[in-house]
Write a protein that binds this ligand. Structure first.
Ligand SMILES: [Zn+2]
Length: 458
């Protein structure tokens, strides 16, 4: 016993000395850190869960476990190029093409990698190629949830083209890569109840796997390898969207809680993106009912409130049974985010000539329309008449011209015609502006700093 203790002590001492005198080589250490960044992306889950599936790899397979955002190698299967996976009585089995059992239970953390996963090999899930490996979880109903397990860098390879397009200029792609990587890192565990981190759709980020990779995309990811956007030493939820229409949005004006790095920014690089849409009152009623409102027959649609950037923050819809107030992003979610492309819109009835489209100034008690004997009294007593054309709001940082955007508008004649600018929720980086800034010579970090407030990039 004493001998054993002594032996242990010697061993510990040797380990300590080894660590002390031979610190890890820097390159090796950073390599290890970057490999410790695996993410789980749901491929088939919920109603799309599968009964069984086929995995292929020309280099053979490596069975192992997904552990602490790493892959730990277990049993190599170099002689097999095709595996049939099934849920058999609540456990995941793997058989070869002839039906011979290779694993009777892959286990809850089991992961199947292509044998050459470290040399850029891919695994085919039902003929679609993916980097990293595949995790298969048995569901109580006998189906399988299929998840792709891969490094964050490889995940960003598969996201970038579907979120921005590989033909875009390099600095814009690099900005998008850093944003997508930060967004991915901050979304770890978002779908943990379903057994993975992120889904492959717009709910998280659109991910297409290896099929979505292009040389320009790989270059943009590699040139920003590991770089993320931080606030307070934490990777940020780097929201992005297509076009700002000239102003991005405070996150609290779109969803709920404020975030110090997601503030409204006046966007001088936004290419113009006009849109228009028409919704009949019948259609609006159907959409409201689908969202479990009971408005009855719609009688009027009115812009009730705008935020400081001019975006609509409340839409008032009067029906025969109830008045419905749609606030913030609910307006787009309920009426259709591809129909109402942004919250920066005007509203006109189908006979667009006569509408009350004047600016109204209100102090909470009284309202007045500029141009109708409205005056401003400055601090030193100067009185000046104002019209809607010359009305600006200044919050100490930004000035906003209010003509044409702060109108009270209502439709009463059976349909609502929307005319707006921009596309998307408006929070974070507008991709069109990132592309424009890139064309004008800005670097990816300058682009990111313009749209995300008080951030660090490293
Ligand atoms: Zn999602």
């Amino acid at each position: 016993m004493v001998y054993k203790m002594k032996h242990l002590l010697v061993t510990i001492t040797i380990i300590m000395f080894t660590c002390f005198f031979f610190p890890p080589i820097t390159g090796f250490a950073s390599e290890t850190a970057l490999n410790n960044d695996y993410v789980k992306i749901g491929l088939k889950y919920g109603s799309s869960s599968v009964q069984n599936c086929t995995l292929k790899s020309s280099a053979g397979f490596m069975l192992g476990i997904a552990d602490d955002r790493r892959f730990v190698e277990g049993m190599p299967l170099p002689a097999y190029t095709k595996l049939i996976v099934a849920n058999e009585n609540g456990v995941i089995t793997a058989r070869d093409e002839e039906g011979v059992m290779l694993s009777a239970d892959l286990g809850s953390r089991g992961c199947i990698m292509p044998a050459d996963y470290e040399e850029g090999g891919v695994i085919y899930y039902e003929n679609t190629p993916y980097r990293g490996g595949i995790i298969l979880l048995p569901n109580p109903d006998g189906t399988i949830t299929v998840t792709n397990y891969l490094s964050l860098e490889h995940y960003v390879y598969g996201v970038l083209n579907s979120e921005m397009g590989y033909t875009n200029p390099e600095e814009a792609l690099k900005a998008q890569a850093v944003a997508a990587r930060s967004f991915g890192e901050s979304s770890i565990g978002k779908h943990s109840k379903a057994g993975f981190d992120m889904c492959p759709s717009t709910c998280c980020q659109v991910y297409r796997g290896y099929s979505g990779e292009y040389p320009s995309i790989i270059r943009a990811v590699d040139e920003t390898r590991g770089e993320m956007i931080y606030y307070d030493n934490t990777p940020i939820t780097a929201y992005y969207f297509k076009n700002s229409g000239g102003y991005t949005q405070n996150i609290e004006d779109i969803w709920s809680s404020p975030m110090p790095y997601l503030k409204a920014v006046e966007d001088e690089y936004s290419p113009s993106y006009p849109w228009s849409a028409s919704l009949s009152f019948d259609m609006i009623q159907t959409k409201l009912e689908a969202a479990e409102f009971q408005p009855g027959t719609i009688e009027s649609v009115e812009i009730n409130e705008r935020n400081m950037t001019g975006a609509v923050s409340e839409l008032k819809i009067k029906g025969s049974k109830a008045i419905i107030y749609l606030k913030k992003e609910k307006i787009r979610n309920i009426l259709g985010p591809t129909i109402i492309k942004s919250l920066k819109f005007e509203l006109k009835g189908s006979d667009s000539d006569e509408n009350s489209s004047d600016v109204t100034i209100s102090n909470g008690l009284f309202a007045a329309k500029p141009g109708q004997n409205t005056y401003i009294i400055t601090g030193n007593g100067t009185i000046r008449e104002i019209g809607s054309d010359s009305l600006h709001i200044f919050n100490g940082i930004n000035t906003l011209k209010l003509n044409n955007i702060l109108s009270t508008q209502m439709s009463t004649d059976g349909s609502a015609n929307f005319n707006g600018y921009g596309y998307g929720h408006g929070v974070g980086m507008p991709q069109d502006s990132a592309i424009e800034m890139s064309k004008q010579g800005f670097t990816y970090d300058e682009i990111l700093r313009y749209f995300y407030t008080d951030i660090e990039i490293r």
